[in-house]
Design a protein around this ligand. Sequence first.
Ligand code: FPP
Length: 233
Amino acid sequence: MDGNGRWAEARGQIRIKGHQAGAQAVRSIIEAAMRHGISILTLYAFSSENWKRPATEVKALMQLLGTALKEHARELNEHQVRMRVVGDHSALSPALQRSIAAVEELTANNTGMILNIAINYGARPELLQAVRTLAAEVAAGRLDPGQISEGELTQRLYVPDDVDLLIRTGGEFRLSNFLLWQCAYAEIYVSPVLWPDFDEAELIKALRFYAGRERRFGMISAQVQAQQCAKDD
Ligand code: FPP
């Protein structure tokens, strides 16, 4: 969700105003994603590297995240959204950890869209903790090294789902440590629009781009088309 800072600076405002406007965009994109039948939406709200930002910005972002979780929990639950906060929770304040646990528990049995909010998330730390978990299981004799497969590793990630479409706003052509394993075959859509201005119309542009892609997963076009024909029959 890139571009909050630039959005605010362009208006002569402090950066946190951009994050506040970004939080409004989050709300409308969640609603739009549900309307368009998205099954899993993952939003990158705070990376494991974002702690390096000025302390005032970090504090304001944490407050904003805590408030947003509390404010929207009931409504998300009413819409059957299952919410998970992905990342290392241990560095977050006890109050934020309590809000996270409350909303995750409230929505755990819902059957609608899965909403992952990535907070203190980085793909490399995510992979490291999965590898450490596997190593501990091997050391305890519960797992044979030969059984370690892509599936076994995936199950131990915070996000055990492949990404189909990665949308990056604010015109940056970088992955920024986001879901590196899960994005192996993701289609990548870079929008020049700053996150606070990213609305349903922009989401539809991204979905149209995705619909126009041929996903080959290493095969050639003729094989993909043959597979598609077999499915349609
Ligand atoms: C990146 O833009 C944005 C962030 C690090 C924060 C994203 C947080 C929100 C949108 C707040 C609300 C989130 C939820 C889930 C309620 P940037 O600040 O790096 O922008 P810049 O590239 O213009 O400086």
